[in-house]
Design a protein around this ligand. Structure first.
Ligand SMILES: [Zn+2]
Length: 405
C-alpha cells in the first residue's frame, strides 16, 4: 500500500494544478510538488492512473485482522474514487447535489422541507419577541453581542488557551505544536485552518462581518483545539512520522476526509465544553474581555441553541441553488428566511456555495454523524472521559464517513 499511497499523493498534487482549492495541505517531499507544477499532467492522464490504482487496491483486499490496516485500504480506495469524481466534475460532468456529496464526501444529507424549519422559527418568535420581522429582531438582538474589533484578539487568545488546556487533559499533543492567528478580509469563509506540517497551523479569521461572542469558542475549538489543528497534528504524528504512511501528508479538500475533519472539529466544541460549561466560561471570562454584559450570556446561549437547529436550512438552500432550482438571490433569501442570517452573511454564504458547493454538508451532517458514532460507543454527554477517548480514537484513524454508521 505504500507504493499506492505515494502515487495517490502525487495524483492529488497533480489535480491541484487544475483546481486551486483541491490541495488543502501538503507537507511531504517538496520536490513532489515541484514536479507536479512542472509536469502539469492533463486531467485524463491523472484519471487513468487513479483508475489503475483503484483496480490495484480492489484486486488486493487486505489479508489481515488489523483494523487500522483495513481502514487504510478502504480510505485509499475511497479517496481515489472521490478524486475520479472531482476530475469528472472539473471536466464538465454535472451531478445533482446529493450525487455530488455522495461521490466526493461519502455521505448524503437528509432533506428537510420549509415546515421543519418553521417549527423552529415559531420557537424563536417566542424567544425573541417584539414588532417587525423575526429575522430583523434576531439580528438586532445579536448586535448586542458583537466583539469590538480591538478586543477580538484578546478574546480569541483566552478562548484558545482554555480549549488547549481542556484538550491537553485528554489528548497528548506532539511536542512543539503551535499555530498563529491572522485576521484577514474578503473571503467566502469565516475561519480557516491552513495546516503547514511540523505540527504547525496558520489560522485565519475573516473580519468582513461582525464577529459575535459565541464565535470565540467555536473558532478556538473548530480550527484549533481539539479541531483541525489537533486532527492534522495527530495524523502527521501517528501516520506520516510513526508509520511512514505518506497519504496523510496531503489533504485533498474535496474528499471524504473533509467530512471527518469538519464533523470532528464541530463536535469537538461539545466534547471540550460539555453541558453548561461553555456558557459558564463565556460568562466568566470572555464577556468581560469583550466588554459585553455577562448577565445576558444565558439568554444569548438559549437563542443560539435554537438558531443552530436552523443550520440544515443552509444545506437546503445549497441543494436547490446548485441543482439549478433557485437563483443566487433566492438562495440568499432562503438563508435569511429559514436560517435567519443577516443579508450580508447570507450573501457571503452563497459565495461559499459557489466556491465549495456540496462541501456545506460536512459541517452539520459531519457533526451529527460523528456525534452518533461516538455516542453509540458509549461516549455520551454523561460520560465525558469516554467521550474524549472515543473522540481521540476517531481523529487518529483513517475512518470514512460511511464507516461512522
Ligand atoms: Zn473547518
Amino acid at each position: 500500500m505504500n507504493r499506492i499511497a505515494e502515487s495517490y499523493v502525487k495524483l492529488v498534487l497533480a489535480v491541484g494544478q487544475h483546481d486551486a482549492d483541491y490541495v488543502d495541505a501538503y507537507y511531504g517531499p517538496p520536490e513532489w510538488r515541484t514536479e507536479a507544477e512542472a509536469r502539469k499532467r492533463p486531467l485524463p492522464e491523472i484519471r487513468a492512473e487513479a483508475a489503475t490504482l483503484i483496480a490495484d487496491l480492489q484486486a488486493q483486499p487486505p489479508q489481515t485482522t488489523d483494523e487500522l490496516l483495513r481502514l487504510r485500504h478502504q480510505y485509499l480506495l475511497r479517496q481515489l474514487q472521490s478524486m475520479v469524481s472531482r476530475i469528472d466534475m472539473l471536466a464538465g460532468k454535472k451531478l445533482t447535489f446529493d450525487e455530488e456529496s455522495k461521490a466526493l464526501y461519502d455521505a448524503v444529507a437528509p432533506h428537510y422541507d420549509a415546515a421543519h424549519f418553521q417549527g423552529i422559527l415559531d420557537q424563536l418568535e417566542t424567544a425573541v419577541p417584539g414588532p417587525g420581522p423575526l429575522a430583523q429582531r434576531v439580528e438586532t438582538f445579536r448586535q448586542g453581542f458583537v466583539v469590538p474589533r480591538e478586543r477580538l484578539d484578546a478574546v480569541f487568545k483566552a478562548a484558545i488557551d482554555e480549549c488547549r488546556r481542556r484538550t491537553l487533559q485528554h489528548i497528548e499533543l506532539p511536542p512543539g505544536e503551535s499555530f498563529v492567528v491572522e485576521y484577514v478580509t474578503n473571503k467566502s469563509w469565516s475561519g480557516y485552518n491552513w495546516y503547514k506540517g511540523g505540527y504547525h497551523s496558520l489560522i485565519q479569521v475573516n473580519t468582513d462581518l461582525p464577529i459575535f461572542i459565541d464565535r470565540a469558542i467555536d473558532l478556538a475549538c473548530h480550527e484549533g483545539y481539539p479541531g483541525h489543528h489537533v486532527y492534522n497534528s495527530l495524523l502527521e504524528k501517528h501516520f506520516v512520522r510513526d508509520r511512514g504512511w505518506s497519504e496523510f501528508s496531503v489533504y485533498a479538500l474535496f474528499s471524504p476526509q473533509s467530512l471527518i475533519a469538519e464533523g470532528t472539529a464541530n463536535f469537538g466544541i461539545e466534547v471540550a465544553f460539555p453541558g453548561e460549561e461553555r456558557t459558564a466560561f463565556e460568562r466568566e471570562k470572555l464577556y468581560p474581555l469583550a466588554g459585553l454584559d455577562a448577565a445576558k450570556a444565558s439568554r444569548y446561549a438559549d437563542v443560539q441553541l435554537l438558531l443552530q437547529q436552523l443550520n440544515y436550512a443552509g444545506n437546503e438552500a445549497a441543494r436547490r441553488y446548485l441543482n439549478g432550482e433557485i437563483s443566487r438571490e433566492e438562495a440568499a433569501a432562503w438563508l435569511v428566511r429559514y436560517a435567519l442570517m443577516a443579508p450580508e452573511r447570507a450573501a457571503q454564504r452563497v459565495r461559499f456555495m459557489d466556491q465549495y458547493r456540496s462541501y456545506v454538508i460536512n459541517y452539520n451532517l459531519g457533526q451529527d454523524l460523528v456525534r452518533q458514532y461516538i455516542e453509540s460507543r458509549g461516549g455520551t454527554a454523561g460520560q465525558p472521559a469516554k467521550r474524549w477517548e472515543e473522540f481521540k480514537n476517531l481523529i487518529s484513524s483513517p475512518r470514512l464517513p460511511s464507516g461512522l454508521k
